[in-house]
Structure formats: structure tokens, C-alpha cells
Write a protein that binds this ligand. Structure first.
Ligand code: KG4
Length: 336
């Protein structure tokens, strides 16, 4: 079954063709990051316009690289939530027109379910159930993946997402947008014990997280140091910050393992590319006898191959939509 998959939920327009869920025939991405970098973050209106410009040639390119024609497509899958609403709408409307014109099923895919599915593309042997740490620019949650389309959020951030926290800190440090990658690089040579940052917890909700206090603490440190005319050690700052983020995530994932009794662990999303978090996950899983799957670095960020993969399982579960399909800025992952 050849699925054309489309993704436009933030600042990447992406198209892919995925065969039977796990074989990626082609995957192309047009990133707008440079366009938004001058503003220090994504400008929603610009994102929508750029998606409109990119999507037609991108789909043509995906078909060309897969060596297929439109007639070879069996279904079209699309991210329909969550994301910047004007951006999500572009691929949703395009997918609807493809479905209508080619008379093939339309499969709506939750973006974070797609991130989780990036693990299936990396590890041919991986099947649910597992507990997944989902960390991206817009989402930070611990999800119990009971089956391919049966998921429960066990805990989530009450405020900022981890990726947003990386991006805001990097912006103030002048590291550009998106800032997670540069912060990660900088942290490699830093001392993670140099600066003390808070690790917040949410009373009576052990799996929930909060990153706004960490963001404020690091921004205050940067501004106070500047005001005193002192110099910050940037690698030490990046390392201390990354440690604080990882310490807010990894122990909670272990707690989720304890609560569910599921000793199979995965990670997903752009921030899952972070070297400190990957290292801490590997160590924690080794020490606690859990099996760990991590997505390829190239599949951590937004792409359409992961949407095609998850779309296949949504299709098998009968989750298709008609022309009434809408886009949503927010949507519970458990609802699909
Ligand atoms: O999954 P993604 O591409 O988009 C969303 O669905 O949100 O995630 C983007 C986020 C950005 O905040 C970016 O700074 C962060 O992932 N990121 C990283 C790293 N690479 C990307 N954060 C920390 N360390 C990294 N190596």
C-alpha cells in the first residue's frame, strides 16, 4: 500500500511516499528555518504562505524520487493536529484535494503520533507496547503507547515545551533559531555543574513537568550577569541547562515505567536528538533493566515519512476521514 504523506504543522513543509507503513520510498523536506531565524522564532503568517508555495513542487519531487505516478498512490495521510492552525490547514486542504481527485482514502494523523512512529522506521522490530518520551518544540509529554493507535498521556508539561525552552534560551544567547542543536553542540565541552538551575515538580502529579521556572532562571542569570558586566561561560551554561532539562524528563520516564510495569521505552520529537538526553536515557534504561529504542537523528525533527508510517496504522484501524476533515491547533494524542 503506497501512502503519500504530507506535513505542514510548523515551519517545515514535508512530503513522503511510504509503502506498507515501514518502507520509505521517498522523503523530502523544505525547511523555512532560515526565513524565521531573522525574527528569532516562527512567524505563523509567513509559515502558512511558504507552505502554500512549497507543497506542489515538493509532492512532485516525492513522487519522482519514489519512481511512482499519482496512479500508484493508494491513500493520502496528513498531519491535521496539533500545530500552527494556518500552517496545518495548508497540507490538510492539499490532502483533501488529492483524496478527492484520485478517489483514494484520506487519513488524518496526529503530529505527535507521527513523531512516535519515527521509531518504527528506525527499528524494524519495534512494536507497541512501550512508554514514549515525546519532546519537541510544541510538545513535552510521556505517552503510554498501548497499541499503534491506542495511546494515553501519562504526564505532560504544564507550561512551556522543552524545545521552546531551548529555543528561547538560545535566542537570548544569540545562537539563532532553532536553538536546540547549537545549545547541544555548545554543551559538549561544558561543565554541567557550573550553574545551578531548578528542576521543578508538580504537586500530586509526579509525571507532569514545568519548564517556565527553568526558562526564567536561565534568562535571569543571563541578564544579571550582563548587568554586572561579567562574562558567562557559554559551554558551561549550555551543559548546566541541558542537564536541568534532562533531569526533568528522564526520572519521570522511569516513574512511568514503574507505574505501567512496561519496561519498553522510546523517545520521539526534535529534542530527542539531544545528546545529553539520549545519554541519560541510555544509562537510566541500562540501570533499570529497560529496553530502549531511539529514533535516528534524521527522523527526530519534523518529516512526512513518520506521518506516512503512522498513517498506515491509522488506516488499518479504520481511521479515515471525509471532506469534512478540519485542522486543529491542539488535540489530545489519545483521541488520535
Ligand atoms: O519535532 P520538531 O522538529 O518540531 C516540533 O514538532 O515541534 O522539534 C523542534 C524542536 C526545536 O525546539 C529545536 O530547538 C529542538 O527540537 N531541537 C533540539 C535539538 N535538535 C532540535 N533540542 C535539543 N537538542 C537538540 N540536539
Amino acid at each position: 500500500m503506497n501512502i503519500l504523506a504530507l506535513e505542514s504543522s510548523c515551519d517545515e513543509t514535508a512530503a513522503a511516499v511510504v509503502k506498507d507503513g515501514r518502507t520509505v520510498l521517498s522523503s523530502v523536506i523544505a525547511s523555512q528555518a532560515d526565513m524565521h531565524a531573522i525574527y528569532g522564532g516562527v512567524v505563523p503568517e509567513i509559515a502558512s504562505r511558504k507552505h502554500v508555495e512549497a507543497i506542489v513542487p515538493l509532492v512532485d519531487e516525492a513522487l519522482k524520487r519514489a519512481d511512482l505516478t499519482r496512479a500508484d498512490l493508494d491513500a493520502v495521510a496528513v498531519t491535521y493536529a496539533p500545530g500552527l492552525i494556518g500552517a496545518v490547514l495548508v497540507a490538510v486542504n492539499f490532502a483533501k484535494s488529492v483524496s478527492f481527485a484520485l478517489d483514494i482514502p484520506l487519513i488524518p494523523v496526529h503530529h505527535v503520533r507521527g513523531h512516535i512512529a519515527a521509531n518504527y522506521l528506525t527499528h524494524a522490530d519495534l512494536e507497541p507496547p512501550f512508554v514514549c518520551l515525546c519532546v519537541s518544540g510544541g510538545t513535552t509529554a510521556i505517552v503510554h503507547v498501548k497499541d499503534y493507535t491506542d495511546m494515553e498521556v501519562l504526564g505532560a508539561t504544564r507550561d512551556d515545551a522543552a524545545g521552546e525552552c531551548f529555543d528561547k534560551t538560545a535566542r537570548v544567547l544569540g545562537l539563532g533559531y532553532p536553538g536546540g542543536g547549537p545549545m547541544d553542540k555548545l554543551s559538549q565541552s561544558g561543565d554541567d555543574g557550573r550553574y545551578a538551575f531548578p528542576r521543578a515538580s508538580v504537586h500530586d502529579h509526579p509525571l507532569d513537568m514545568s519548564f517556565s521556572g527553568l526558562k526564567t532562571a536561565v534568562l535571569n542569570l543571563i541578564h544579571n550577569t550582563e548587568q554586572k558586566g561579567e562574562q558567562l561561560d557559554l559551554p558551561d551554561l549550555a551543559a548546566s541547562f541541558s542537564a536541568a532539562v534532562s533531569d526533568s524528563l528522564v526520572p519521570r520516564l522511569l516513574e512511568a515505567v514503574r507505574m505501567t510495569g512496561c519496561r519498553r521505552v522510546a523517545a520521539a520529537g526534535g529534542v530527542a536528538a539531544n545528546s545529553r538526553i539520549r545519554r541519560d536515557l541510555e544509562r537510566a534504561c541500562r540501570e533499570h533493566g529497560c529496553r530502549l529504542w531511539l529514533p535516528d537523528l534524521a527522523l527526530c525533527g519534523d518529516n512526512a515519512a513518520m506521518i506516512g508510517c503512522q498513517g498506515y496504522y491509522e488506516y488499518l484501524a479504520g481511521h479515515t476521514a471525509g471532506m469534512e476533515l478540519n485542522a486543529y491547533a491542539t488535540r489530545d494524542i489519545g483521541r488520535g
